[in-house]
Ligand binder design. Structure first.
Ligand code: CA
Length: 84
């Protein structure tokens, strides 16, 4: 069994659940308002978190941007109140 792959898939699924639960408008992207609860947990302002996640500078966070950012924070999992 490929443990690396299994944990990757599980992480992907839990991130997907997190993303979907935050996407209250159900449009497949997160805006600053929808990021607010997560930003609060991270001790950040929503607009700062959005800027960090928003790889293509669209003003909206799609799942790949969300996964990329959260994946980079994996060592702090579950989310630690620390930036960087
Ligand atoms: Ca949305």
């Amino acid at each position: 069994m490929d443990l690396t792959k299994t944990s990757y898939l599980e992480e992907n699924r839990s991130l997907r659940e997190m993303f979907d639960s935050m996407d209250t408008s159900r449009n497949g992207t997160l805006d600053a308002k929808e990021l607010r609860p997560l930003a609060k947990r991270l001790g950040m302002r929503p607009e700062d978190l959005l800027r960090l996640m928003d790889a293509d500078v669209s003003g909206q966070i799609d799942f790949s941007e969300f996964r990329g950012y959260m994946g980079s924070r994996r060592r702090n999992w579950p989310i630690a109140p620390r930036v960087g």
